[in-house]
Design a protein around this ligand. Structure first.
Ligand code: AMP
Length: 369
């Protein structure tokens, strides 16, 4: 018997991540690297044809879901790809020069390799399309927004959408309030979202994924005047490299972009780095509690959020004023969805993210499968 499945593709500049899902069952997942580099596939089309050649027998690809980083203001939800949509996504390269062009290559490769199979673009920005103007506008000349699209868009939307929905399901099932959530996606990139009754009302990443929290190699928030000063000293390209690739955990600690290495280092600078990271997280959560006039629950996800018990403990330690109390034993348990707070506390949850599963879910919703 032939089974139908959804292929989820996440094309990076030199990589292609893929997952094949039949319902909630993962039939296959993998990563092709070094695309366009010596020894690797010449392009995404070649990488995809190898992926397709390796699909299990008796499986028909029913639809393809593509992760697209930037949907701009045009795309507020997952969208069936037509020639017009593809053109519009390609035109958004202005806003996401590193991220959207590879997605377009992935989409073109899929359209060519599997003609007749529907393709759906799922945007990282879409979950945050509900931000109100007071949250998405920067205090810049207004024309820069209307004419140039300079505003907060937010990213990691697929992850925030998934974990906020799961949290609402889990908490609702337990009879707990879940109207006002803060979701923390903490991986190599990191962002927080304020989710009010299932809708994103603020998020820490902005026009680009550089704004907000301390990340693996990205600075997060800093004085725009500091950016100007760096630009004067080092030029635009080097400043961009410093802020995107040499900052964050890596730059501050001088050790690594990986939190495990920073923890293991044990130097004064490493400790300072961890305290900057934690302080900024606590401050961000406090700001979102104010933005929603309350906070019902907190959700941790991403490589750090799911795995680093110390960070979760340190963050919750700064939130006793909001009614959070850590359950140290529960926090030490590894793996799976779990509650890490005491019975009398407001709930904080760890929910492993599932961006591919969420993309497949959105593909099914768009195509009514
Ligand atoms: P992600 O981008 O979501 O894959 O997250 C990657 C980051 O998660 C890595 O850079 C690590 O800093 C962090 N990470 C992964 N595993 C662990 C762990 N067991 N303990 C602490 N941090 C971890």
């Amino acid at each position: 018997m032939t089974r139908t499945a959804i292929l989820v593709l996440n094309a990076g500049s030199s990589s292609l991540k893929y997952q094949l899902l039949c319902g909630i069952e993962r039939l296959l997942s993998g990563l092709v690297e070094r695309i366009g580099e010596p020894g690797g596939d010449p392009d995404h089309a070649s990488a995809l044809s190898r992926v397709l050649a390796g699909l299990p027998p008796a499986v028909t690809v029913q639809a393809i879901g593509h992760r697209v980083v930037h949907g701009g203001e045009a795309f507020r939800a997952a969208t069936l790809i037509t020639p017009e949509v593809l053109q519009a996504v390609a035109a958004l390269a202005d806003l996401a020069p590193l991220h959207n062009p590879p997605a377009v290559q992935g989409i073109r490769a899929a359209l060519a390799a599997l003609p007749g199979v529907p393709n759906v673009a799922v945007f990282d920005t879409a979950f945050h399309a509900t931000l109100p103007p007071h949250a998405y506008l920067y205090a810049l000349p207004y024309d820069l927004y209307t004419g140039g699209g300079i505003r907060r868009y937010g990213f990691h939307g697929t992850s925030h959408a998934y974990v906020s929905r799961r949290a609402a399901e889990l908490l609702g099932g337990a009879g707990e309030q879940a109207d006002k959530l803060v979701t923390l996606h903490l991986g190599n990139g990191a962002s927080a979202a304020a989710v009010l009754r299932g809708v994103s009302v603020d998020t820490s990443m902005g026009l680009t994924p550089l704004e907000g929290l301390v990340m693996g190699t990205r600075s997060g928030d800093l004085d725009p005047g500091a950016v100007l000063r760096l630009g004067e000293l080092y030029g635009l390209e080097e400043t961009s490299r410093l802020l995107n690739k040499e900052s964050g955990l890596k730059g501050l600690s001088g050790v690594s972009n990986d939190l495990r290495d920073v923890r293991a280092a044990g130097t004064e600078r490493a400790r300072l780095t961890l305290s900057v990271m934690t302080y900024r997280l606590v401050k961000q959560i406090g700001a979102y509690a104010a933005a929603m006039n309350g906070l019902d629950a907190l959700v941790f996800t991403g490589g750090i959020g799911e795995n680093d018990a110390q960070l979760r403990a340190d963050v919750l330690g700064g939130l006793t004023f909001l009614g959070f109390e850590l359950d140290a034993a529960a926090n030490a348990v590894r793996g799976g969805e779990r509650l890490i707070t005491t019975p009398g506390s407001k709930p904080a949850l760890v929910i492993p993210t599932d961006e591919e599963g969420e993309i497949a879910r959105q593909v099914r919703a768009v195509l009514d499968l």
